[in-house]
Design a binder for this molecule. Structure first.
Ligand code: GAL
Length: 418
């Protein structure tokens, strides 16, 4: 009896050992560290663990991902890349060209990605016609986040144009509130600049300037006006903004210190985490003057060639597969503030901000007003993008910058980065 029992125990432990060995590990590099972002990424971790795989979190704090990219380069160059990393737009092509990324075509075919994804999105995920990355969501960048109680207390009206923005901001400032919550980091300066550029230039010239890099638009009178409006924004920001993280600025709108923030809809994840209700405790409205336009930011994970075990390779495919399942698309995006990237999702559980975003996305793609966000690295190469961000941020942080000189400086640095 005792022997039988021992045999039974050893067989069971042997089976468990096989199962444990079969389970692989994924290591995922990302910069989702704010409370809304962390909640979103936890869904992925849980889903992987439910499959029996283990999750090694590789979070590098810093909105916009600059620090994460530096760390990724170091790891890849030393021959030890993670399973997957948050990479966007042109960066996917660059890493593909360097030979670091692995093909996901087997998963893509099995899961019919070509059918469920919009072709524009699918193309960004492919290098040399092979899937090497998986999209997760669509973020709209040109949003303004509003605290309606502050507006009410100041007797101000929620702005729909830049002119109305300045009227409202003056009233809010006079009533003793901070009109504009802003984080003084270069990528956030660029995020603000981008929404103003979209309003002033319109979608066609925005595209010419930041996608086609057309010098006639970059160095134009209209661009002078963009810098003029941008400069005015500075007067509505508090002196402590320098270095502030984007989610701390969102916090200022949540707790009523500040009235507004220009930020992509990842900000909604922070409102949601604080228990705030859209349309009641906070409002999401298009950035002034950009009602029918949509600057898109698509988060995606790119997948690296691995030296790991067979189990790790299987886990890598499990991860790729999970990202586009309807369940993950729903739960992740509800927490993250974005809209799903799959075309066939049931949107009934999403809130008004997400429904507005979806509607704007569809309309803008028909009208030519769907444009890639340069501040989020979707419009151009990393070199050109960082050149633009440098000029914009340097301008914004000078004591009395000259908007007339700024466009020629912008043209000059873009030319040298192309
Ligand atoms: C963006 C990213 C978003 C959001 C934001 C702030 O680059 O695409 O998903 O997380 O940074 O961290």
């Amino acid at each position: 009896m005792k022997l039988k029992y021992l045999i039974f125990i050893s067989v069971v432990s042997w089976l468990f050992a096989i199962k444990a060995n079969a389970a692989g590990q994924v290591e995922v590099l990302h910069w989702w560290t704010s409370s809304g972002e962390a909640k979103s990424v936890k869904v992925l971790k849980q889903m992987m663990e439910q499959q029996g795989d283990s999750w090694k979190d590789f979070a590098v704090a810093g909105g916009g991902g600059e620090s994460a990219m530096t760390v990724l380069k170091m790891r890849a160059v030393s021959g030890n890349p993670p399973t997957a990393a948050q990479l966007k737009g042109h960066d996917i092509q660059e890493w593909g060209r360097l030979g670091f990324l692995t093909s996901l075509d087997a998963v893509a075919q099995q899961e019919h990605w070509d059918k469920v994804l919009p072709p524009v999105v699918a193309n960004i995920m492919k290098y040399n016609n092979h899937y090497v990355a998986v999209p997760i969501n669509v973020h709209r960048v040109n949003w303004l986040w509003v605290n309606p109680k502050v507006f009410k207390a100041a007797g101000a009206t929620v702005p729909t144009t830049l002119a109305e923005f300045f009227v409202a901001a003056d009233k809010i400032k006079a009533a003793g509130f901070i009109a504009l919550a802003h984080g003084g980091q270069p990528w956030q300066d660029a995020t603000l600049f981008e929404s103003i550029a979209l309003a002033v230039l319109g979608s066609a010239d925005y595209r010419k300037a930041f996608v086609d890099l057309d010098m006639a638009v970059i160095n134009s009178d209209k661009m002078v006006e963009v810098f003029q409006q941008f400069k005015r924004m500075k007067t509505y920001i508090d002196p402590q903004a320098e270095g502030r993280h984007w989610n701390s600025a969102t916090e200022m709108v949540i707790d009523g210190q500040a009235a507004m923030q220009f930020m992509g809809d990842w900000a909604k994840g922070e409102f949601a985490q604080a228990g705030e209700r859209p349309g009641i405790d906070y409002l999401c409205v298009p950035a002034p003057g950009t009602q029918y336009q949509f600057t898109f930011n698509i988060d995606s994970l790119a997948f690296f060639k691995l030296k790991g075990t067979e189990a790790d390779n299987i886990a890598q495919h499990d991860l790729a597969k999970i990202l586009l399942t309807p369940y993950f698309q729903k739960v992740f995006n509800l927490n993250k503030g974005s809209i799903p990237v799959r075309l066939d999702m049931d949107m009934s559980t999403f809130d008004q901000c997400a429904l507005d975003s979806m509607q704007a996305f569809k309309q803008a793609s028909l009208s030519g007003d769907l444009v890639p966000s340069f501040s989020q690295n979707l419009a151009t190469t990393a070199d050109v993008q960082s050149a633009i961000v440098d000029v914009v941020s340097e301008f914004f942080n000078k004591t009395d910058p000259d908007p007339i000189l700024a466009p020629s400086r912008l043209a000059q640095v873009i030319k040298s980065a192309i």
